[in-house]
Design a binder for this molecule. Structure first.
Ligand code: SF4
Ligand code: SF4
Length: 92
């Protein structure tokens, strides 16, 4: 089982050094996780360290494709409130 990093990653480098398995690497256009190396931190930490430190909601997915930090989980802004604000901004 492995986590994955998707295109919303902003290449901030925060996750690179916290991975106990050296599974994360810099790539274009964003950082990636080597599925052969990722252990989901089992045996080392209670939580996936990359997702724990990642500042971007939705940038890291679990093996089922679900975001480890779903919308609103880091900002505290309910997704529906964010959608409404974005719609208002785009309507200007
Ligand atoms: S879940 Fe753990 S082992 Fe897998 S990439 Fe993230 S920090 Fe590394
Ligand atoms: S911590 Fe998140 S945003 Fe930063 S490099 Fe890793 S996956 Fe990308």
């Amino acid at each position: 089982m492995s986590l994955s990093i998707i295109e919303s990653c902003v290449n901030c480098w925060a996750c690179l050094d916290v991975c106990p398995s050296d599974a994360i690497y810099e790539d274009k256009p964003h950082f990636m996780i080597d599925a052969k190396k990722c252990t989901e931190c089992e045996g080392d930490f209670a939580d996936p360290q990359c997702a724990s430190i990642c500042p971007i909601e939705g940038a890291i997915l679990d093996a089922a494709g679900l975001a480890l930090n779903p919308p609103g989980s880091l900002t505290g802004i309910p997704p529906e409130m964010m959608d409404k604000a974005m719609a208002e901004i785009q309507a200007r």
